[in-house]
Design a protein around this ligand. Structure first.
Ligand SMILES: [Zn+2]
Ligand SMILES: [Zn+2]
Length: 375
């Protein structure tokens, strides 16, 4: 079928809106008419080729829409279902067998290879083609998080779609599939803080602010947010941060230690910057845990004070907030309905054709979470 999609053809290059052909869903796959797709930092770093996902490619991994068709063997999803899409896992590696699907041993291939999994290898091309004026066909890479949802339609799998009630606002809740579940899950699934635990969050983007909202649900205190964009810090306060520090103006580590002289129970780094991670780690009290959520370029190294580490402190990488999407996303929908996860305050809608503006606004801090509408 004919679709419109945002195609990246060169590293750092623009998202080009192009007409493509999408194949019908194969075994275990579902065809989704995309209603909305959030833009996540990961789309931007893949555009910039931090990871070697092959180009040209259709990105987008926070898609939401309506199922239009299902392939052979699909049992739990049917035509007409409303779905949010999330990441993919193989289902058979040791992590998957333990239910730790975010840590699938094949996470990179499943989500970033640009190809589909045949059950033994990532050797099935993405279902995307471009018909060239010459009559030839150009293969376009996709299957990004098994969705490539920056498009009017996408092929996902039964395994990575989450069926939601039909009254769920897909235009608002599309980004639950990555950024928001990542931040909220780091608190609610990974750290599971006791009531009254002290917490620092570095970076007040969508992941950091999701962590703030979840920390309010978990009754953390204080909830400290560090960033360098005043509007983002102001927003963090309205969402429940008890203290905010602008690290372009003050020494963040000294400010946190003034507030909590023994250090904090938990720190979450959403920036992926080595110096910020080091600083967040230094803020921990003995036995404290520093979660690392932010992605950085492959090979990036950080240095840590080993004696500080020796005192029972932990640095813990966290992918996708340790989420099992089919379980956790409905929980986040419930929190949203209860007014405890007001992500509508972080979202601005754009048309697919406005994708470059949306990304520029996310980068400048003018908007926390751009969501593209496909109609
Ligand atoms: Zn696996
Ligand atoms: Zn993401």
């Amino acid at each position: 079928m004919h679709i419109k999609a945002a195609v990246v053809r060169e590293a750092g290059g623009p998202f080009l809106i192009e007409d493509l052909e999408l194949e019908a869903p194969g075994a275990g796959e579902v065809l989704v008419k995309i209603v909305a797709c959030g833009i996540c930092h990961t789309d931007v770093i893949i555009r910039d080729q931090f990871y070697p996902t092959p180009l040209p490619v259709v990105l987008g991994h926070e898609g939401a829409g309506v199922v239009e068709a299902v392939g052979p063997g699909v049992k739990t999803v049917k035509t007409g279902d409303h779905v949010l899409m999330s990441f993919s896992a193989c289902g058979t590696c040791p992590s998957c067998l333990d239910g730790a699907v975010a840590y699938c041993h094949h996470h990179m291939q499943m989500n970033f290879s640009g190809m589909r999994y045949s059950g033994t290898a990532w050797d099935v091309p993405a279902p995307l083609l471009k018909r060239l004026p010459s009559g030839k066909e150009e293969r376009i890479n996709g299957a990004f998080f098994n969705q490539s949802a920056l498009a009017t339609h996408a092929i996902a799998t039964e395994a990575n779609v989450v069926v939601v009630d039909k009254d769920v606002d897909l235009k608002t809740l599309a980004p639950l599939g990555c950024g928001f579940q990542t931040g909220a899950g780091a608190i609610l699934n990974t750290l599971k803080p006791d009531v009254g635990s002290s917490l620092v969050i570095t970076g007040a983007g969508n992941v950091g602010l999701a962590a703030v909202m979840a920390a309010v649900v978990a009754r953390c205190y204080p909830i400290v947010v560090i960033d360098q964009v005043p509007q983002r810090l102001a927003l963090a306060k309205t969402l429940g941060a008890t203290h905010v520090f602008d690290s372009s103006q003050v020494d963040a580590l000294a400010s946190v230690l003034e507030l909590c002289p023994d250090g904090v129970n938990y720190a979450l780094d959403t920036t992926g910057h080595p110096q910020v991670l080091r600083s967040a780690f230094q803020m921990l009290q003995a036995r404290g845990i520093c979660g690392l959520i932010g992605g950085s370029k492959l090979g990036t190294e950080a240095s840590l004070d080993m004696t500080h580490l020796l005192f029972g402190r932990t640095v813990r990488g966290i992918l996708q907030g340790d989420s099992k999407p089919k379980k956790f996303i409905p929980q986040l929908v419930q929190l949203y309905r209860d007014g405890l996860f007001p992500i509508d305050r972080l979202i601005r809608h754009y048309r697919l054709e406005e994708i470059e503006t949306a990304i520029a606004d996310m980068k400048s801090g003018a908007v926390i979470k751009p969501v593209l509408l496909m109609d």
